[in-house]
Design a protein around this ligand. Structure first.
Ligand code: PLP
Ligand code: TYF
Length: 393
């Protein structure tokens, strides 16, 4: 029976990660998968995470099951981090999930239960997993215009025009900050216009926030999701701790649901049900580490300080690369790299030129021309700038 199986489509980001590993060239530059790396190319365990884990090892008395929704203290801490005081706690249903991906998956499943006819409108482009999970769950993904390949900013008029065609009850999937893969983001005035449209058309807003603290700062990056959460009737939020706590492999995420027209306990019960159907109790270790950090003022301050260093290092690399490209190309056409925020920038070139940079200069960028800024350092910035200009981007 298993002989019926056919090969499944591969993830282009993970495929690239494998190709990079196999490349013997010593000067190779990995700008593929979205993992933070410091100047030495290391993805460090954050100081506060180490300390929280040490405390956990010393004090944890049991590894028994916790609860289907995960530890309530984790939900409280994450709601505080993402939503601040923007929404009353008792109107939020929340469950711990295996990573932000687990939250995305269950959000789609909740949508399928609540409204099987709903379509999910996704930015063009978006994180490839959004599209593939939607397909797998059996929900139609409808792309809306987002990235302007001329300006490398947001095609905001196109976005509004496309979202204006959504039907009542449809879902608009938005990246809370640090858009993946483009790096181009809406400003708050634009967010307000999107919120107005969502309300006017009676749509559900789904916000995926996986990079809080990587853009303009922890609070700044949460402004959009807080605006949506406090002004749209039906909101789903998929949060991830993988990047901002650097705990990728611990699989730590959260799904929140806020509804003005449903009873929170019923929504909560559905979220718990989905956890039970999919994997029963969610992973606890990463969630407990995060809770320990967020609820201890000293650890929290240390974590926020280290995260700020990470953010500023990526901003510095953006500025350095934009400047290097300005000098080498003799034009300002790469200025957008310093305007983009988060881990990624899509430079907006063809898969052929991306491939050329890989073959000629051992530069590994995703075929859609997305590069992970954190994969750079002082030495590789000039190499990349030269490769970009030599390739004729
Ligand atoms: N959503 C987006 C847009 C992402 O880029 C990621 C990537 O890591 C995630 C969600 C979820 O990541 P994870 O499942 O590792 O927490
Ligand atoms: O976009 C990225 O690179 C990260 C990591 O299937 C990632 O979000 C990439 C692909 C994938 C899961 C995570």
């Amino acid at each position: 029976m298993l002989s019926n199986l056919k090969a499944q489509p591969a993830d282009k980001i993970l495929t690239l990660m494998a190709a990079y590993r196999e490349d013997p060239r010593p000067a190779k530059v990995d700008l593929g998968v979205g993992v933070y790396k410091n100047a030495e190319g290391v993805t460090p365990v954050m100081r506060a995470v180490k300390e929280a884990e040490r405390r956990l090892v010393e004090t944890q008395e049991s590894k028994s099951y916790v609860a289907l929704a995960g530890d309530p203290a984790y939900a409280d801490a994450m709601i505080g981090l993402i939503l601040g005081e923007s929404v009353a706690r008792d109107s939020i249903a929340a469950v711990a999930t295996p990573g932000g991906t687990g939250a995305v998956r269950q959000a789609f499943e909740l949508i399928k239960i609540a409204n099987p006819a709903a379509k999910v409108h996704v930015s063009n482009p978006t994180w490839p997993n959004h599209v593939s999970i939607l397909k797998y769950v059996g929900i139609e993904a409808v792309p809306y215009r987002y990235f302007d390949t001329e300006t490398r900013g947001v095609d905001f008029e196109g976005m509004l025009e496309d979202l204006g065609k959504a039907a009542e009850g449809d879902v608009v999937l938005l990246h809370g900050c640090c858009h993946n893969p483009t790096g181009a983001n809406l400003n708050l005035t634009q967010w307000q216009k999107v919120v107005d449209l969502i309300n006017e058309k009676k749509l559900l807003a789904m916000v995926d926030i996986a990079y809080q603290g990587f853009g303009d700062g922890l609070e700044e990056d949460a402004q959009a999701v807080r605006l949506v959460a406090s002004s749209v009737a039906n909101v789903l939020i998929a949060g991830s701790c993988s990047k901002n706590f650097g705990i990728y492999r611990e699989r730590t995420g959260i799904l929140m649901a806020i509804s003005a027209d449903a009873e929170t306990p019923i929504v909560q019960q559905n979220l718990n049900f989905l956890n039970r159907q999919n994997y029963s109790f969610p992973p606890d270790h990463g969630a407990r580490v995060v809770t320990t950090i967020l609820t201890d003022p000293e650890l929290r301050a240390d974590w926020a300080a280290e995260l700020e260093e990470v953010r500023l290092s990526m901003l510095g690399l953006r500025e350095q690369l934009a400047e290097e490209l300005r000098e080498r190309s003799g034009s300002d056409r790469f200025g957008f790299i310093a305007q983009h925020r988060g881990m990624f920038s899509q430079i907006g070139t063809t898969p052929e030129l991306v491939e050329k940079m890989r073959v000629d200069s051992a530069i590994y960028m995703v075929s859609d021309s997305r590069m992970n800024i954190a994969g750079l350092n002082d030495k590789s910035v000039p190499i990349l700038a030269k490769a970009i200009v030599d390739a004729g981007v």
